[in-house]
Write a protein that binds this ligand. Structure first.
Ligand code: NDP
Length: 340
């Protein structure tokens, strides 16, 4: 049976987080509806992931998969494959829960859906707030963060952090918080290195977790994306040298920069492939070659939020504007309130 050993990164508070985890965002289909029909496949994928050595799951209230994540962990504990303390679970507070008390209640609800008695890490999903109809609520993320701090003080959560915070937002949070964030989860990919933000996080001892690390490499619709594509001669040649795939090179490259990754796959071979990056080193010459792809390209931009308060990215030209998909406001049961 295949088995991988995934090393840990240490958070500033002494807690350990596996350097590579399993992402549980199923995404939207062609009609921009949530791919909840993939939930059974996700469960199978996560069961397999634990069997081969994954110990870190990245989920969110918004992904609607907390019950599935909880089910898988409980089953593997019952089977004696893992103990609770061997598994690292991250979840996130969604944008309609940004008032201090709502953020706290959201964490309690996540605990209930996960069926756990503590969560390893809770993040503010975005610095932006909106109500259940999608209207900008303009709530200060400092207020939201206080809800996370309270949950941590009360033992619901071991570590807290943020996601999609830009440098200015992170700096402001750092000067106004009691508990320093342990993590900033952002998109970092081969053509979006985010050098300034990553260096800032490093200097503050905040661990960067990269989401959508493959960027346009695995997105067939991103036809106009800048290089590289998986068949890029440079990646192909380097892959041959190390006997690794383009996606493995990307994950390893990020790991060598001290960045954790959380690739998502429903395909067993890829689940194994993604975690098989801890047995080689990309040499400094090749690191320099890979760095040349950096061009600040963001593969998935939530442009529909760009007029919202605290939108973290650079705004784009209006001609590209698309409306927020309705499904971002609807939850699993069809109601626009919650998933249970
Ligand atoms: P990823 O970059 O992980 O890519 C996932 C896609 O790549 C899937 O279509 C998958 O296909 C495919 N894939 C996975 N592994 C391989 C491989 N080895 N070779 C070729 N194709 C591969 O994208 P995500 O956007 O899902 O990001 C990962 C996780 O990050 C999410 O699941 C979520 O947990 C988190 N996230 C957080 C965000 C935030 O705002 N904080 C935003 C976005 C994501 P298949 O499944 O068919 O194998």
């Amino acid at each position: 049976k295949f088995q991988v050993t995934i090393p840990n990164f240490k958070l500033y508070n002494g807690k350990e987080m596996p350097a590579l985890g399993f992402g549980t965002w199923l995404g939207l289909d062609e009609k921009l509806e949530f791919k909840v029909s993939d939930a059974p496949k996700l469960v199978d994928a996560m069961l397999y992931a634990i069997d081969i050595g994954y110990r870190h799951f990245d989920t969110a209230h918004f992904y609607r998969m907390e019950p599935e994540v909880g089910y898988v962990i409980k089953k593997k504990i019952e089977e004696g494959v893992v103990r609770r303390e061997d598994v690292f679970v991250t979840t996130k507070v969604w944008q309609h829960n940004h008032r201090t008390d709502d953020a706290y209640a959201s964490i309690e609800a996540s605990l209930r859906r996960l069926g756990l008695d503590y969560i390893d890490l809770v993040l503010i999903h975005w610095p932006i707030s909106m109500d259940i109809n999608g209207v900008d609520e303009k709530i200060d993320y400092l207020e939201t963060y206080r809800g996370l701090e309270n949950a941590m003080k009360n033992g619901l959560v071991k570590s807290i952090g943020v996601s999609n915070f830009n440098l200015a937002q992170l700096e402001r949070l750092l000067s106004n918080c009691e508990v320093k964030p342990a993590v900033n989860q952002i998109q970092v990919t081969i053509n979006l290195l985010e050098k300034e933000l990553v260096s800032f996080c490093k200097a503050q001892n905040i661990l960067v977790v990269s989401y959508s690390s493959f960027g346009s490499l695995t997105r067939s619709y991103a036809t106009d994306a800048p290089p590289p594509k998986p068949d890029d001669p440079c990646l192909v040649e380097m892959g041959r040298k190390y006997n690794k795939t383009a996606t493995q090179l990307v994950l390893r490259f990020l790991y060598q920069r001290g960045i954790a990754t959380i690739p998502k796959s429903l395909t067993k071979a890829r689940i194994l492939e993604n975690a098989s990056i801890f047995d080689f080193d990309i040499d400094s010459g090749d690191v320099a070659t890979l760095e040349k792809f950096d061009c600040g390209y963001r593969s998935d931009v939530p442009i529909f939020w760009q007029e919202y308060t605290n939108y973290p990215f650079e705004k784009q030209e209006k001609e590209f504007f698309i409306d927020m998909p309705e499904s971002l406001l609807k939850w699993k049961n069809g109601a626009n309130l919650d998933i249970d």
